[in-house]
Design a protein. Structure first.
Length: 228
C-alpha cells in the first residue's frame, strides 16, 4: 500500500503541473507558526512577523508579474510560478501575492498530526497534500529556479539545507537562494563560522543571498537569469 501512495505522490502533482503547462517555479518557504493570517498578526509586539508577511506577499507579486508577462509571450508555458508549502502565515502571504494579480500559484501541503489546512489563495486545482516529506521536498526542487526563505523553524531549515546540499553536491542546478530577514537568519545560521571551521567552502557560502526588500530579491533572480 505504501508503494502505491509513494507512486501517487510522485505522479499526480507531476501530471497536474504538466497539464497546467507549468515549467518552472519560484519556491517560498517560511514559518506557519507565527500567527500571521490575512490582515491580522497575532502576538507580534515587534511587528516583525507583519513585516515579513508583507515582504513575502510583495516578493511573490513581483515574481508573478514577470510570470504573467512571460506567459503572454509564450502561452504554451508558465515559468517562475510561485510555489509554497500551502499552509498559513508566510506561505499564505506568497500565494496571496500571486493571487493579487490573478497569477497561478501552487501549494504543496503536508499531512500532520496537528492539521494544517491549505490557505485560500492557492490556485484551484494546484493544491496538493502529501503524507511523505521526501516526496514533497522533491517536488519543491524539481521545477525550482529560485528559493526564497522567510524566517522559520525546523521545517524551513530542513527545506533550506536539503536544497543547499543538493546544490553543493551537484544533484540539482545552482539557483538563487534568498534569505529574507537578515536580522533573523544571521543569528540563526553562522555561515562565516562554518567557513572558518572548514566545514563548508567560501564558494558554498556564496550560494545564499541575504535580503530585506522584496525588490532586492527579485533583482537577484532577474540578474541571475538575464531577465528584463
Amino acid at each position: 500500500m505504501r508503494a502505491f501512495r509513494l507512486a501517487a505522490e510522485y505522479s499526480k502533482p507531476e501530471l497536474v503541473l504538466r497539464d497546467h503547462k507549468i515549467r518552472s517555479t519560484v519556491v517560498v518557504f517560511g514559518s506557519a507558526r507565527l500567527g500571521v493570517g490575512g490582515e491580522a498578526v497575532v502576538g507580534d509586539a515587534s511587528g516583525k512577523a507583519e513585516r515579513y508577511y508583507g515582504m513575502a506577499r510583495a516578493f511573490a507579486r513581483l515574481v508573478a508579474e514577470h510570470s504573467c508577462q512571460a506567459h503572454e509571450s509564450d502561452p504554451e508555458h508558465w515559468d517562475f510560478v510561485i510555489a509554497t508549502g500551502g499552509g498559513p502565515a508566510f506561505m499564505e502571504a506568497a500565494n496571496r501575492g500571486a493571487a493579487d494579480i490573478g497569477a497561478p500559484s501552487i501549494g504543496l501541503n503536508i499531512d500532520l498530526p496537528r492539521e494544517q489546512h491549505p490557505n485560500p489563495y492557492i490556485s484551484e486545482g494546484l493544491s496538493f497534500s502529501f503524507r511523505y516529506f521526501a516526496l514533497r521536498k522533491m517536488h519543491f526542487v524539481l521545477r525550482a529556479r529560485a528559493l526564497a526563505c522567510l524566517p522559520g523553524g525546523f521545517g524551513t531549515l530542513d527545506e533550506l539545507f536539503d536544497a543547499l546540499t543538493l546544490m553543493q553536491t551537484g544533484k540539482i542546478p545552482h539557483m538563487p537562494i534568498l534569505l529574507f530577514g537578515q536580522d533573523y537568519w544571521k543569528r540563526v545560521i553562522n555561515f562565516d563560522a562554518m567557513v572558518e571551521a572548514g566545514t563548508i567552502s567560501a564558494a558554498d557560502r556564496e550560494l545564499v543571498h541575504f535580503v530585506d526588500e522584496a525588490q532586492d530579491g527579485w533583482r537577484i533572480i532577474a540578474e541571475y537569469y538575464g531577465l528584463e
